[in-house]
Design a protein around this ligand. Structure first.
Ligand code: GDP
Ligand code: CA
Length: 333
C-alpha cells in the first residue's frame, strides 16, 4: 500500500509518527510505503544557514530525536553556539537554535552550496534519522526556495515580515492582513511529489495548519490538480478542537484569509478534493446531506500520546478505505 501525506511541522510529524505506529501494530508484515510531502514555506536563512523548520521537525520526530515537550528541536540540547552569537551581537536573537540543531543546518547549507537540490539534501538527512528503514520518504514540496511572508499593520503602517518573525518573535500578536508567499507561483514540485499523489492508494491530510502548512503545499503549481485527479481517496484530520487550534495560531491565520475558525470552514478549503474528514466531538459541524463529500467521522482528535495519534491515524485510514470506491478507475473529478 502507498500512503501519501501532506505535512507541516509538529501537527504533521506527530500524526505521521502515529500512522507508523498504527501500521506496525495493525498491519505487521504488510509492505507500506509512506511518502510525506513537507511544507518549505517556513524556511529561512539565519546566520548564513538554511533552516527548514517543518522538515526538521518531521525528521527529528520520526527519528526519535525530537524535544517532546516543545514538539520541535532536539532533545538533550545545549546552546553554546547561540550564546556565543549573542555575545557577538549577531542577529536575530529571537529564533532559538540549539547546538545539535545547528549541525543539521550547517550540513544542509554545505550540501546546498555544493549544488545539491533540497530534495537530495533532505534524503540524506532522512537516512541519518532512519526514515528509509521505516518505509518513509520525506520530500520537500519543492526544491525552489519559497518563503511565506506576513503583511502586518503596526502603528497604522503596513509592512511585510518573514512568517517566522511574525510567528516566533511576535507570537502572532501583530495583526496579519494577508500572507504573501515569495517564490510560490514559480515553484516546481520537487521530484516525486506529483507522482506520490497520483500513484497513492490513500492520501492523508494530517491536522497541520490549513493556511501556512497545508495551504502553502497546495499552492505549489500542480499539487492541487494532482489531488483533484488522483484515484486515491483523500482524508483529512481537523486541526481544531472546539473551534480552537490545539497549539499555535491557526485561528489567526484563518482570519487573515477571511475563513472562520471552524472545522467545517477548514474542510471547505479542501472541498474540491476531500473525500473524508475527521472532526472532534467538541467541534460543532453540521452533518452534510448523505452522499455528498466529504464523509464525516467524529472521534476525539487530541494526539495526547503516540498511541492516541496512532488511533486517529487508524481511523483516517479506515475512513479512506471506506471511501475508496468514490473515485472509480480512470476517474478523477
Ligand atoms: P507547525 O508547522 O509546527 O505549526 O505544525 P503543523 O502545521 O503540522 O500543525 C499545526 C497544527 O496542528 C495546529 O493548527 C494545531 O491545532 C494542530 N494540532 C497540534 N496538535 C494537535 C492534536 O493533538 N490534535 C489535533 N486535531 N490537531 C493538533
Ligand atoms: Ca510550520
Amino acid at each position: 500500500m502507498r500512503i501519501t501525506a501532506l505535512a507541516g511541522g509538529v501537527g504533521g510529524a506527530r500524526f505521521i509518527r502515529g500512522l507508523l505506529h498504527h501500521l506496525e501494530s495493525a498491519r505487521p508484515g504488510e509492505r507500506v510505503e509512506v511518502t510525506v510531502i513537507g511544507n518549505t514555506g517556513d524556511d529561512i536563512t539565519l546566520f548564513g544557514l538554511r533552516v527548514c523548520p517543518d522538515l526538521d521537525t518531521i525528521l527529528y520526530t520520526l527519528g526519535g530525536g525530537v524535544h517532546e515537550g516543545q514538539g520541535w528541536g532536539r532533545a538533550d540540547e545545549s546552546h553554546h553556539v547561540a550564546d556565543e552569537l549573542a555575545a557577538l551581537g549577531a542577529l536575530p536573537q529571537w529564533f532559538s537554535l540549539g547546538d545539535k540543531d545547528f549541525a543539521t543546518h550547517i550540513y544542509r547549507s554545505q550540501l546546498l552550496a555544493q549544488g545539491l537540490p533540497l530534495s537530495a539534501v533532505t534524503a540524506r538527512l532522512g537516512a541519518r534519522w532512519g526514515l528509509p528503514d521505516q518505509g518513509v520518504t520525506l520530500l520537500p514540496m519543492t526544491d525552489t526556495p519559497v518563503e511565506t511572508h506576513v503583511v502586518v499593520t503596526e502603528g497604522g503602517e503596513q509592512r511585510a515580515i518573514h512568517f517566522q518573525e511574525w510567528w516566533v518573535r511576535h507570537r502572532a500578536s501583530l495583526h496579519a492582513d494577508r500572507f504573501v508567499v515569495a517564490g510560490l507561483d514559480a515553484a516546481a514540485p520537487a521530484p516525486g511529489v506529483l507522482e506520490a499523489i497520483r500513484t497513492a492508494d490513500v492520501v492523508l491530510l494530517p491536522p497541520s495548519n490549513p493556511v501556512v502548512s497545508i495551504g502553502i503545499i497546495l499552492g505549489v503549481p500542480g499539487v492541487r490538480d494532482a489531488l483533484r485527479g488522483t484515484r486515491a481517496p483523500v482524508v483529512g484530520v481537523s486541526p481544531l478542537i472546539g473551534g480552537r487550534p490545539v497549539r499555535g495560531h491557526a485561528d489567526l491565520c484563518l482570519r487573515a484569509i477571511g475563513v472562520a475558525s471552524t472545522s467545517a470552514a477548514v474542510a471547505g478549503l479542501y472541498a474540491d478534493f476531500l473525500d473524508g474528514w475527521l472532526v472532534d466531538p467538541a467541534d460543532p459541524m453540521e452533518e452534510p446531506p448523505s452522499g455528498s463529500a466529504p464523509a464525516l467521522v467524529r472521534r476525539p482528535l487530541l494526539m495526547s500520546s503516540v498511541e492516541a495519534a496512532a488511533d486517529i491515524a487508524g481511523a483516517a485510514l479506515s475512513l479512506a478505505e471506506s471511501r475508496a470506491d468514490r473515485r472509480g478507475l480512470g476517474g478523477g473529478r
